[in-house]
Structures are given as structure tokens and as C-alpha cells.
Design a binder for this molecule. Structure first.
Ligand SMILES: CC(C)(COP(=O)(O)OP(=O)(O)OC[C@H]1O[C@@H](n2cnc3c(N)ncnc32)[C@H](O)[C@@H]1OP(=O)(O)O)[C@@H](O)C(=O)NCCC(=O)NCCS
Length: 347
């Protein structure tokens, strides 16, 4: 069995508050907070910086924290919907930036479910015994594809990255079960129209603002709640678990109301649900590893948790994970100011 043996994250310094957004579009702090639970999100500023920049920062921290020499990593998978370039892959770029050479690396595109997809792939490489130290990254610079004149999408998204180390389990704890699913009929509800091979970029596509996220919020909302609850229920049932067995639900962070509705359908109180959406918004493939990073000091050895994600495609998926190390020990050596006080983050 594969296990998560380390986690790290990176969010850019620039904080885009609801108040600042209200100066760009017709919205208000009250509306955004009430309808989404988001208070602020981070934006990556700086010329020439893409998702790889944040992914590399997260991976550097992960390797340092877990005492893993770059030369020992034998596969790197990056989940992203906002690759730096169409090619080469963002995974390739991250490897180069952190000094990982001569290994396989590739991107996974499954929108907001990308991290669960990439982690599932990593599990297979561990299970076959061909690889022993795999880095899985979720990195998205959503600000690159968000229309800051569209109030229904620009309030939701932010930039960030998270990374985990996946190794063979040595103590019986790890990634016990995973589920990945998709339904391409969901495309009309959430997609980016231009920029791909179907509609290559032209002056007209730019003028018509077709290079941004197109979203039908209400349809996505309904789908998200139904599928996240469904995948969580499937993982509970097939692993003989009840909600009482679960220490934490780790949901994709798209809208606090979606998270609450999922938890309610699962019969879990919000005290056992990881939430970081108020600080970072929806960072797409990065939300789940950023949550794990945020809550790491409070993760106990053997804690049972359910991960659940959904995204454009539609895609969805989840995992049943028993935590393989004591988070408090892994973060004990952090300087006091660097510790993430996750208990203060819940709204
Ligand atoms: C987008 C979303 C926040 C909208 O919230 P909602 O409560 O469903 O709001 P509605 O879509 O019903 O819109 C209600 C009204 O608010 C308006 N509105 C939308 N965004 C607004 C904003 N930022 N500020 C103020 N009003 C806004 C709408 O224009 C609409 O006005 P109208 O009734 O005059 O047409 C919500 O649908 C959502 O979160 N959907 C899921 C999105 C998602 O998860 N995407 C990522 C997938 S991984």
C-alpha cells in the first residue's frame, strides 16, 4: 500500500480581499462571504511566473521537510488546469526548477479533481513496486484564466500549490482506497472555450473574452454536492466504515455551502471537516493538499480521513486514507511564526 509521508504547500503573498474585488465588479464582502464563505484569496503576481513557480516552492519545502534528496525522487506528477505552457508539461518544469533530473514526470488534467486523480496514479506506481518516492503536486494559477469583469466567477478562485510525498507504507497506514470518475456531458457547464485545438487563439477569441473560465454556477453547484457526497458514501460502504469512524473529511474547497451540504449528507459535523476556503478561495488542483498542509500539525497517526473532489469535465473522485505519521512531530521544528495555526482559520 502507498502512504502519504509528507505534505507542504505554497500560496503567493498578494492577498485579494473581497473589498478589493468589490472595487472591480458589482459585488460586496457580505454577498461573497454569505454565498461562498470566501473572505480572501491569493494571487501570483510577477512577470513570467506560472503554476510551476508555486509548485516548485511547494516541492522544495516538501523535500526539505521530509529530508528527501532531490536525487531520490523517482516520479513527479503535477495536476494542473493552468499549465505554464501547452508543452512542455508543468511537471517537467518543476523538476528542473528543484533539481530533480532524469526521472519520469507528467501533468494530469482533471480540473479540480486533478489532485485525487494524480494521487491515484501514484498509488498504482507504488503498488506495482516500480517506484518508491513519488511527488504529487497540485498547482494552479487560476488568476491567469479568470475574467475579473465576471462577478460570478472572479470571486471564487485563487492561486496556490500543494505537494505530497507518496512512498510504500511501512506501518500499515496509507492510501487504502481511491475512486476516480468522469462524465464528459458536463462540459457545457464548466470550461474554457478558446485556446485549445478546437478553437485556437485569435484576435477575435481574445476580444470576445473566450480564454476565461465559463461557468454555469447553479448547475455546477448541484452536481458538486451530489457527487462529492456520493463518492464519500461509496468509500465508506466499501471499506465497512460509518461516519463516526472518520476523523476528517477533506473536501475540495469550491464554496463553503457545498462543503457544508456534503458534510451534512455524510452525517459529519463541521468540526471534522477541513476548511481553508475563506483564506484561499478555490485553488483548483491545489485545494486538498493545501488543506492537508494547513491542518498538518493536527493530523494524528492512524486518523481516518475521506478525501472528496469534483471539477470541470465533469470529474470527481475520492480516497480513504489512514494517516501514516504524526503531523505534530513533522511540524515541530518549524519556527513559531511559520507554524500554521489552523484552528484559528475556521470561520
Ligand atoms: C457561483 C455561485 C457562488 C453563485 O451563487 P448562487 O447563490 O448560486 O447565486 P445565483 O447563481 O443563484 O445568483 C443569484 C444572483 O446573484 C448574482 N451574483 C452572482 N455573483 C455575484 C456576486 N459576486 N456578487 C453579487 N451578486 C452576484 C447573480 O447575478 C444573480 O443575480 P440575478 O438573480 O439578478 O440574476 C454558486 O452557484 C456556486 O458556488 N456554484 C458552484 C461553482 C463552483 O463550485 N465552481 C468550481 C467548480 S470546481
Amino acid at each position: 500500500m502507498a502512504a502519504i509521508t509528507g505534505v507542504h504547500g505554497h500560496v503567493p503573498d498578494y492577498v485579494l480581499t473581497n473589498t478589493e474585488l468589490a472595487r472591480l465588479v458589482s459585488t460586496s464582502d457580505a454577498w461573497i462571504t454569505e454565498r461562498t464563505g470566501i473572505r480572501e484569496r491569493r494571487l501570483l503576481k510577477g512577470e513570467g511566473l506560472g503554476s510551476s513557480h508555486m509548485g516548485a516552492e511547494a516541492v522544495r519545502g516538501l523535500l526539505a521537510k521530509t529530508g528527501t534528496p532531490a536525487g531520490e525522487v523517482d516520479l513527479l506528477i503535477c495536476a494542473t488546469t493552468t499549465p505554464d505552457m501547452v508543452f512542455p508539461s508543468t511537471a517537467n518544469l518543476i523538476c528542473d526548477m528543484v533539481g530533480i533530473r532524469d526521472i519520469g514526470s507528467f501533468d494530469v488534467q482533471a480540473a479540480c479533481s486533478g489532485f485525487v486523480y494524480a494521487m491515484t496514479i501514484a498509488c498504482q506506481f507504488i503498488a506495482t513496486g516500480t517506484h518508491r518516492k513519488i511527488v504529487v503536486v497540485g498547482a494552479d494559477k487560476m488568476s491567469a484564466i479568470i475574467d475579473y469583469t465576471d462577478r460570478a466567477t472572479c470571486v471564487l478562485f485563487g492561486d496556490g500549490a500543494g505537494a505530497i510525498l507518496v512512498e510504500p507504507s511501512t506501518n500499515g497506514h496509507g492510501i487504502v482506497d481511491t475512486v476516480i470518475r468522469s462524465d464528459g456531458a458536463g462540459m457545457p457547464h464548466l470550461h474554457q472555450k478558446a485556446g485549445g485545438s478546437r478553437m485556437p487563439p485569435t484576435a477575435e477569441t481574445v476580444a470576445k473574452r473566450l480564454h476565461y473560465v465559463h461557468q454555469e454556477g447553479a448547475a455546477v453547484y448541484k452536481f458538486a454536492v451530489a457527487r462529492m457526497a456520493e463518492v464519500a458514501a461509496e468509500l465508506l460502504t466499501r471499506n465497512g466504515l460509518t461516519p463516526d469512524d472518520i476523523a476528517w473529511l477533506v473536501p475540495h474547497q469550491a464554496n463553503r455551502r457545498i462543503i457544508e451540504a456534503t458534510a451534512e449528507r455524510m452525517g459529519l459535523p463541521m468540526e471534522r471537516v477541513m476548511v481553508s476556503i475563506h483564506k484561499y478561495g478555490n485553488t483548483t488542483a491545489a485545494t486538498i493538499p493545501i488543506c492537508l498542509w494547513d491542518y498538518e500539525p493536527h493530523l494524528k497517526l492512524g486518523d481516518r480521513r475521506i478525501l472528496a473532489a469534483f471539477g470541470g469535465g465533469f470529474t470527481w473522485g475520492g480516497a480513504y486514507v489512514t494517516w501514516a505519521y504524526a503531523g505534530a512531530e513533522a511540524t515541530a521544528e518549524l519556527a513559531p511564526g511559520a507554524a500554521r495555526a489552523c484552528l484559528t482559520v475556521k470561520s
